[in-house]
Ligand binder design. Structure first.
Ligand code: HEM
Ligand SMILES: *[C@@H]1O[C@H](CO)[C@@H](O)[C@H](O)[C@H]1NC(C)=O
Ligand SMILES: *[C@@H]1O[C@H](CO)[C@@H](O)[C@H](O)[C@H]1NC(C)=O
Length: 325
């Protein structure tokens, strides 16, 4: 009896020590983010962002997609630090004209106008990086998707990097191994990749990005390809846009995965997630289990929001999102 008790105490102590060790070894950065970060300093923050996003999405549903993508492109390039929001300055070339972003990312005015309202009631307190993270969540909610608690406390970068964008954001010509590799560099798993790609249930892409796919590729439904060709000619029309999800373009749901299973993905980088490779089964699961998709999407969004934040005394709280103080 006595030995059993002793050894179970021992095991408990060991377990406790392991938990402590895990806590101490966790990356300090994301551990500092917390949903209550502005609880005292800016209690109206959440309702202000929600109102700003709601009215922008009511005016134009696609804006919800654009804000979600803006957050992704911010986080993948040197962390979620609001760097994508910075215009070029005399001392650095910003991220907005780098190939994956040029004439493609949008929503800057929505973030700027939300920031302006926040500065009026709690000046110099809330980072642009956090406003963008909240806006991405509120966009998903505004288009009928799941909600979650957003961790806050990120600070803003004082600089941005044109040259770091293309190596971080994968191109739409990527193979599955390339996508998996780019995401793993950011600490995101293949499951996170598949779940986050579900963001392509909303928004649009330009003809130049899917032209080769709808004329040349073979892993595509023929009638789907024909339909897309009507608005994307072999020559020209590069700027014409098609919705990613032709069934419910402005609703955040799991139809994206149904499209993939039917070989009706718009981009090559979408179809490779269901093309005989290691992620097929997950795509199939999400295509018929929207609860599984939603819960994995939420977990992956929180992980993406944790990428290399600036915290403590790092960076700054910008007064205006488009320029350093
Ligand atoms: C996996 C690799 C990914 C690739 C290769 C990719 C590529 C693209 C491309 C080429 C476009 C169209 C851009 C244009 O026509 O100007 C696009 C749009 C979009 N992307 Fe992705 N993307 C990826 C992952 C993601 C992720 C992780 C998210 C968010 C969590 C996301 C959200 C969006 C949204 C919402 C749009 C539509 C934006 C709008 O209509 O304004 N994408 N993406
Ligand atoms: C971005 O787009 C503009 C307008 O089309 C173009 O003039 C410029 O060369 C592009 N920049 C880059 C870096 O590709
Ligand atoms: C189809 O592939 C050929 C050969 O690679 C290429 O020359 C052509 O531009 C492609 N067509 C489209 C519409 O992308």
């Amino acid at each position: 009896m006595a030995t059993t008790t002793f050894s179970s105490y021992n095991k408990m102590a060991m377990a406790l020590a392991l938990v402590l060790l895990a806590v101490l070894m966790a990356p300090a950065s994301s551990a500092h983010l917390s949903p209550n970060f502005y609880h005292k300093s800016c209690p109206k923050l959440l309702s202000l962002v929600r109102a700003g996003v709601r009215s922008a999405v009511a005016k134009e549903a696609r804006m919800g997609a654009s804000l979600l993508r803006l957050h992704f492109h911010d986080c993948f390039v040197n962390g979620c630090d609001g760097s994508i929001l910075l215009d070029d300055t005399p001392t650095f070339l910003g991220e907005q004209t780098a190939a994956p972003n040029n004439r493609s990312v949008r929503g800057f005015n929505v973030i700027a106008s939300i920031k302006e309202k926040i500065e009026k009631i709690c000046p110099d307190v809330v980072s642009c990086a956090d406003i963008l993270t909240l806006s991405a969540r509120d966009s998903v909610v505004a288009l009928g998707g799941p909600s979650w608690k957003v961790k806050l406390g990120r600070r803003d970068s004082k600089t941005a990097s044109f040259s770091d964008v293309s190596g971080a954001i994968p191109p739409q010509t990527s193979t599955l191994p390339t996508l998996i590799n780019r995401f793993s560099t950011k600490g995101l798993s293949p499951k996170d990749l598949v779940a986050l790609s579900g963001a392509h249930t909303i928004g649009k892409a330009r003809c130049l990005f899917f032209k080769n796919r709808i004329y040349n590729e073979t892993n595509i439904d023929k009638s789907f390809a024909k339909e897309r060709q009507r608005n994307c000619p072999r020559n020209g029309g590069d700027e014409n846009r098609s919705p990613f999800d032709f069934r419910t373009p402005n609703l955040f749901n799991n139809n994206y995965y149904k499209n993939l299973v039917e070989k009706k993905a718009l981009l090559r980088s979408d179809q490779v997630l269901h093309d005989g490779g290691s992620t097929d089964s997950l795509v199939e699961l999400y295509s018929h289990d929207s609860a599984a998709f939603e819960s994995d999407f939420v977990a992956a969004m929180i992980k993406m929001g944790d990428i290399e934040p600036l915290i403590g005394l790092q960076g700054e709280i910008r007064k205006v999102c488009s320029r350093p103080n």
